[in-house]
Design a protein around this ligand. Sequence first.
Ligand code: MG
Length: 387
Amino acid sequence: MKNVVILGSTGTIGINTLKVIDLFPDRFRVVGLTAYNNAQLLEKQIRKYSPTHVAIGLEGIEYLKKLFDKKKVNIFNVQSQDDIKEIVTLKDVDIVVVGIRGSAALYPFLSALRSGKTVAPANKEALVVAGHILMAESKKHKAPIIPIDSEQSAIFQCLNGRVDHKLKGIYLTASGGALLNVPKSKFSQLSVKQILNHPRWKMGKKITVDSATLMNKGFEVIEACWLFDLSVDQVQVVIHPEAIIHSMVEFIDGSILAQLGITDMRLPIQYALTYPERLESKLEQIDFFKLKQLNFQKPDFKKFPSLALAIDVARKSGTLPSVLNAADEEAVDAFLSERIKFSKIYPIVEKVVAKHHSINNPRINDILEADCWARQEARKVISKNVT
Ligand code: MG
């Protein structure tokens, strides 16, 4: 029996994690759930899974406290780092699924590793901004990181959980997002609705916009370098519109292993939860005879300059990934709330990154300061760009 905490249980990853757990009620016990503000859904989840600890925002706390006996459910404040730390470090916790977005995941991720828990991150921001720190803590406390992000999961599966120094490199596949076949001249007219219509994956809004700019793939390059101890030059991004191959690894003898599957997040989630075992899933299977062919293209860096920018940031590292992440989050928020056009996301992020004085081998404080600085800078640029 594995005891599970899900950070972000009312989001896309959280809901899918609970669906996987539903398949194996005798293998997993939900001990902790956290939500940002969806108290109604969290209430339903508490009734169904009986976690001993939950966390939500202040309004949600008031709501839940009226419904549940505090002897049965401890209700915490999701905005408090100490509260979340208490949940992820509970003695009986085995695995922490990180389904929350943004750099908010950084502290709980660190706390979980420091108390020796297995961490299954769907969140990529924490690894992007502080990969060197998280990997060092993972090693020090023998706390495994089993990625849920589908590409990283694919590589992890191909390597069977080991960092392999006979690895020549990896092929990080990208479906190409909503704009693969949309000419760049149309980018400035694209609505939020058009961008959110991703052809292959059902995901949260922020990551769907990042998939359209390919910034998401750029973040994944940074993430993969940390997770699998690779240099940027060992990572090749490949556009693969069918999104059947979720990534590949190439060994020094030229042999390549790929992981294939349908585009359903329950697959990498289940693997992370059951690793090193594999259990039957109820998911649909690939029909190769219907598929007939798989296509591959080089990424178009001119059309998607965000990818080139992220790769450059990956090379330079330091506090730049933190700046890239924070500026992107601000710019994407501005686009989603229709304050700026889609085509303005890249120039805003690029401007903030170019202005930053990076600190090498940053500590957590340096990373958080860079994050704050980048948000302020991005907001300044955004206010000048308002459409
Ligand atoms: Mg991904």
